[in-house]
Write a protein that binds this ligand. Structure first.
Ligand code: GLU
Length: 304
């Protein structure tokens, strides 16, 4: 029997000493103030137990991790029609790369690069009655936590500086792959990325991805087949142009965000989240990746 508390304590202890913690994202000005020394880990086993260490209960900006929730809601609304508007291939390029989108006639490579997530946002703006409110309720329901909120200052900061995302949305619109106005879709997208959650809330919200679509409250939100597909996209596309490296080092499907969060899961067994805001050059949490590599190596728990 693995002593999980001891495992995450020792990982936390080893890595909190690390001097080089990566660089906090500053292209969204509001994120640049976050202290790089924050470091939390939360683990939830499907058998019911939970384990925490460090700043696992501190809210942070989940950024691109929200793309998994948005994809889930869009998949639930549209089923496989979704895949007419985007592909499921890793891009091998940074999350905000535009040249591929132009070359491939406005069909994003996958739902986790920004252009793909903007198409998903378009689907949600069309399909939800009150998009921002309904999406927040969806995430709260998955996590079984009514306290989850958008951070208005982060959303405003990205709205004021997100030129690359305006470019992507305009390109999508020019190719006919955006039904709503660019401004409306990006307003939703910036709020979605500005969701704040703790490591513990994230592990709870991701429970259904380890449990064939059935959330903590025993409600089935997505089919087992849809969950299989979302997990496959997390494994192949969840870490920008470092998805291969994450699969190689950690061996779990997961998703990262430029706020420094990572969530990963082992189907039928566990969900684990880390938060350490300093990023490596590819945009993934430097210490978070090391922590998860240590976790799967020490416990021998990975999909491989
Ligand atoms: N809101 C961020 C952007 O669109 C998300 C980036 C990320 O976490 O990958 O640039």
């Amino acid at each position: 029997m693995i002593d999980f508390q001891q495992v995450i304590n020792s990982i936390h202890n080893d890595l909190k000493q690390e001097i080089d913690r990566g660089l906090v994202a500053n292209y969204i000005p509001e994120l640049s103030h976050i202290d790089a020394n924050n470091f939390g880990i939360h683990l939830k086993l499907l058998s019911g137990e939970s384990f925490s260490v460090g700043q696992a209960q501190a809210p942070f900006s989940i950024q691109s991790i929200s793309k998994v929730f948005a994809l889930s809601k869009a998949f639930q609304l549209q089923g496989n029609d979704l895949w007419q508007r985007m592909d499921v291939e890793p891009s091998g390029d940074p999350f905000n790369q535009l040249s591929l989108l132009e070359l491939e006639n406005g069909i994003p490579r996958n739902p986790f690069i920004n252009s793909g997530a903007i198409v998903i946002a378009d689907i949600l703006v069309s399909g939800l009655e009150n998009p921002k409110e309904d999406f927040l309720h969806f995430v709260r329901a998955l996590a079984n936590d009514q306290t989850i909120q958008y951070n208005e200052a982060v959303a405003a900061s990205e709205k004021a500086t997100g030129y690359n995302n305006y470019a992507a949305a305009n390109l999508l619109k020019s190719f006919g792959n955006l039904q709503n106005d660019v401004a409306d879709v990006l307003d939703f997208y910036f709020y979605q990325c500005a969701l704040e959650m703790t490591c513990e809330q994230l592990t709870n919200a991701f429970y259904l991805f380890a449990n064939h679509g059935v959330c903590l409250q025993n409600k089935e939100w997505l089919t087992a087949s849809q969950i299989k597909r979302i997990n496959a996209i997390m494994l192949t596309c969840g870490f920008y142009d470092e998805a291969g490296e994450f699969a190689f080092e950690v061996g779990l499907p997961g998703k990262s965000g430029v706020g420094g969060g990572i969530v990963a899961l082992l189907p039928n067994q566990l969900v684990i989240s880390t938060w350490s805001p300093g990023l490596n050059p590819k945009g993934n949490s430097k210490i978070g990746m090391q922590a998860l590599e240590a976790f799967t190596t020490k416990t021998k728990l990975s999909i491989f």
